[in-house]
Design a protein around this ligand. Sequence first.
Ligand SMILES: Nc1ncnc2c1ncn2[C@@H]1O[C@H](COP(=O)(O)OP(=O)(O)OP(=O)(O)O)[C@@H](O)[C@H]1O
Length: 445
Amino acid sequence: MDAGSSHTALYIYEWPAEKDNNTGRVEQTHLCKVKGPGISSYASAPVKAGESLRLCMEEAKQWVPGKRHHQTPLYLGATAGMRLLNMANSSASDKVFQAVEGALQKFPFSYQGAKIISGQDEGAFGWITVNYLDERLKQGLETRGALDLGGASTQISFVSDNYDGSESPSNSVTFRLYGNDYNLYTHSFLCYGKDQSLRMMQAHQSQAGPATVLDPCFHPGYTATKNYSVLYDSPCVSDRKPKDAPDTFTHIGIGDFLQCQAAVKSVFNFTSCKYSRCSFNGVLQPLLQGPYGAFSAYYFVMNFLNLTDTSVPLEDVKEKLKRYCATNWDQIMQQHPEVKLKYLAEYCFSGTYILTLLTEGYNFTSESYSDIKFIKKIKGSDAGWTLGYMLNLTNMIPAEAPDTPLLPHPGYVSVVSVIAVLLFILFIVSLRPLWPRCSKQPQIV
Ligand SMILES: Nc1ncnc2c1ncn2[C@@H]1O[C@H](COP(=O)(O)OP(=O)(O)OP(=O)(O)O)[C@@H](O)[C@H]1O
């Protein structure tokens, strides 16, 4: 959402209240969080679904000056979670859109419509955000690749000298920004966000429909009763649901990083590639090039694990994660009473998934791993697709470079002042014939 003349986006998040059935621990209840410059407020009253959106928008009304409400465009963009819902049940996703649109139109902003954005757009807008905030686009500098990890999908976007768009054109997005042409490689892997990839891994572990699943990606001492119908309730895994499975299974953690890595690898297919080189699932990926910014869940997870420093050798990173995964679940819970239990239980899996995706999936090596920077914000703005989406919709990035003066303003002032002084001196000198003649001094002989 644009707040008027500035390029600042207003982000709205919702967290439903949750109680963990297995531990009985009540989760922190933040129903709504609105963030913008100078504002970070929470509404924490337990309210009905939909009410949190209203609370968020009320916050937005206070944040945007009243006289600007009507000229502030409001866009709603939905990503992979909605792409999946739309695939599984399009009437359910239509209903969600209708409800959200109805709620948003009640506010005084200039509502511009809602849409599910494509994976390609999600990747490209994330890349624009990162490079816009870094001022690499304006200055025509080497760009930074964008790595985005969501819950349902993951995107990789970068410019490579090896990619001109002719091989696998569906991965190509071209832009002209500030007078420079960019040929971006981008790919969005649906189902490879951290939530859906966990489902895919667990579906692989429970193919035979056992009553107990021993999971190396969860901590030793972790035990939970889970429903098969919930696990398989996603288009990413629904076709693999075991036929004769019981209703529930007992999910038991064993905390073994190496086994976890092997289990995570099962979600990637490396068997065929019809292009010059591929990442996984037969998808073209040109040679990696330049620095990369990794954001969203890449950052949330690596930050929690204290692993955002990519100058630490990859082997040491793996060693730390191995120790973390092997830590007892009770100890983990005691050490982090403030962290949402779902996230806490999954950090071992999520960290292992991130390292496996980067190295086995995208082919980062021990050397190129240090080209990645895990980032949450750049110059105070969140890294993610939303800012790029808004900049694009509001035409805030010009295709051509603005006519820049040859000199900055202070330079002009100095040059004009010097020229004025010179002209004045020239003028005085040109009047010399009119100057009164001085009488000659008598010569002393
Ligand atoms: N502090 C955190 N620790 C761990 N995971 C988190 C944290 N905060 C958010 N997440 C999870 O990170 C993932 C990414 O969230 P984000 O909102 O960026 O993506 P998303 O909207 O789910 O993306 P997409 O729909 O494109 O897959 C989600 O699964 C979210 O639940």
